[in-house]
Structure formats: C-alpha cells, structure tokens
Ligand binder design. Structure first.
Ligand code: APR
Length: 311
C-alpha cells in the first residue's frame, strides 16, 4: 500500500513539494490550502502528469482536512511572506496563528503522523507546531539545514569546478543570518576544503550561503525560494517514509545536546521511519559552538516574544 502525505499550503513551496512527492510514486498526496480552487487545480494538473512520467500515485486538492485523515507524514508550508510595512513580529504572530490552527487540524485527523515544517521563521514555527501538536519530539522536524547545506555545496562545487556529489558539508544552527556552516568538517573527495581554498574565498562562500535566501528574494522580487526548499523537504520525506536512516541536518528539539535545552535548532540527525532516530553528536570547535549558541539565542528571543501575552 502506498504511504500518504499531506502538504498544507498549495503555494510555491507546497505545490512544488507535492509535485516532487507525486513524481516519486510511493505515496499518495493530499494538498490543502484556504484558497478555493488553488489546491484542487494544482493537484489535478499534477495528477495529469502521471501518465507522462509513469506515476500511479493519487493526488487530490482540498480546502479542508477530512481528506488528510491518517496521513503518515504532513508537510506544513502554509503562511505568509513578509510584505512592506510588516515588522518581523507581525510575520511571527501571523504565521504562528496559521501554524497553530493548521497543526490542531492535522493531529485531529492524523494523530500518528510525522510533521515536517517549512514555514518561516522556521525554528520558532517548528517549536510552535511541536508544542501545539502534543506529538513526541522525534515526530516534529524542521526543514532548513538541508537547504542551507545544499546552497553551501553548490557554491563550493562551482568554485572548485567539481561535481556536487563529491562535496560533503553540514550547515547547522537556526535558519537565518546566524546559521553555522561547519567549514572544517567540509570535504571535497575526502580532502578538507580548507586545504583546497584560501580563507577569504571560504569566508565569501560562507557569507553567500548565509545570504542565500535573500539572494533569491532579491532576484524574484515577489516571493522566496521554492525549488530547492521543496527538494530538501522531499529528501526528508524519502528518508522517513523509505526508512533510510539518513544523517541530515534538520531542526530538532534539543534537550541538552550541543549545550542547548528546550529549543529547536539545526543539528545533524538520523532520519528513519519513526522520524528522528538519533541526534548525532559532532565535536565542534569553540568558535562553532559559540556560533551555535548565538544562533539558539536568536531563536529563543522569538520563542519568548511568542509566549508573551499580546496587547
Ligand atoms: N491554511 C492553509 N493554507 C494557508 C493558510 C492556512 N491557514 N494560510 C495561508 N495559507 C496558504 C496560502 O493561501 C498560500 O497558498 O499558504 C500558501 C503559502 O504559499 P506562498 O505564499 O506561495 O509561499 P511559499 O513561497 O510557498 O512559502 C511558504 O515556506 O519557505 C517558507 O518563508 C516561506 O514561510 C514561507 C513558506
């Protein structure tokens, strides 16, 4: 029997994620959104690609949650992007309300699912989904590190003119300006990248990685990245639903690991059928550890303002 995946939000990220999962063929997909016709139209369009690409999977669009019942995995992409005149807190509270409402519906219909979140600000939204859902921490996971790492690997492969397949790297920490690319663990064909590129080139690439989302927003002007984010989600869905035991950087709820407690942050995890099977420990340099703590402090600030009573 095929697995069942729900994608909440049929916008750029949600639509592309639904397409990626449908193309793999091992899971049926339900796409849901508040905009009437949008999920139905995108789902039908994707379904009609089935005969061409050879996918027998089913995909339906809906404005409700009944069709999502008993999903194995739910991807949350619903939310708003920042618009002129909106403060960071406006975005935080708007998306917090959306994530809260959506999560309640998800667990009502799929109490045994695994949730993968994409909505920004990613770490704070994942924490909110975790708290609202009541699910075990292993089953609420944020997508950010795979995307940030993919950007880092892309820029390194371009610089060195090598295949992206031979660039191994991890970007940890929060999904934002304070993300932590682990330069000294980065290898190209098993050679440390620090032996292949001068310090200033590496610093430039690290900075471009940190600004990776903003670079796309600057080019698109009307929205943010969606092809690479959707590919990153699909990699997590594969790891979980195909029980692959992949070690991937994801936002996970930490309880003392990496010296961080009671907070979501990007760390390497082992992803398999039950969600996060293990938080993988890597020995960080003192500088990386400090950067990770700084990144966590920024997420903690957002969590604190989410918990304050609103006026
Ligand atoms: N329930 C379901 N869908 C909702 C809800 C809700 N309560 N509120 C908003 N949506 C839908 C919108 O109708 C829209 O179709 O979420 C979708 C968001 O899509 P886009 O605006 O295209 O945004 P997208 O580029 O997909 O980004 C979504 O992912 O990467 C992050 O920062 C990004 O937080 C953003 C999210």
């Amino acid at each position: 029997m095929r697995k069942k995946v729900t994608v909440v939000g049929a916008g750029q990220v949600g639509g592309t994620t639904a397409l990626q999962i449908f193309q793999r063929g091992y899971a049926d997909v339900v796409l849901t959104d508040i905009v009437e016709g949008l999920p139905q139209g995108k789902a039908l369009d994707i379904l009609e690609s089935g005969p061409i690409i050879g996918s027998n999977a089913q995909i339906v669009g809906t404005n409700g949650y009944e069709e999502t019942a008993n999903s194995d995995l739910v991807v949350i992409t619903s939310g708003v992007a920042r618009k002129p005149g909106m403060s960071r807190d406006d975005l935080l509270f708007t998306n917090m309300d959306i994530i809260g409402a959506v999560t309640r519906e998800i667990v009502r219909y799929s109490p045994n699912c695994i949730i993968v979140t994409v909505t920004n600000p990613l770490d704070a939204m994942t924490q909110h989904a975790y708290e609202v859902s009541g699910l075990p921490k292993q089953r609420v996971i944020g997508q950010s590190g795979i995307l940030d790492t993919a950007r880092f690997r892309t820029f390194l492969a371009q610089e060195l003119n090598v295949s992206i397949r031979d660039v191994q790297a991890y970007v940890l920490g929060g999904h934002g300006d304070t993300m932590v690319p682990l330069v000294h663990y980065t290898t190209v064909g098993s050679v440390p990248v620090t032996e292949l590129l001068p310090k200033d080139t590496l610093e430039r690439i690290v900075q471009r990685t940190r600004d990776g989302g903003a670079e796309i927003v600057g080019l698109l002007k009307t929205g943010s990245a969606f092809y690479a984010p959707a590919a990153a989600v699909a990699e997590m869905v594969d790891a979980i639903l195909l029980d692959q035991h992949r070690i991937l950087p994801c936002a996970a709820y930490l309880e003392g690991e990496y010296g961080i407690s009671g907070l979501y942050s990007g760390v390497p995890v082992k992803l398999a059928a039950g969600g996060i099977e293990e938080i993988v420990s890597i020995k960080l340099s003192a500088e990386e550890e400090a950067m990770l703590k700084q990144s966590a402090a920024v997420v903690q600030e957002l969590i604190d303002s989410m918990r304050k009573p609103r006026v």
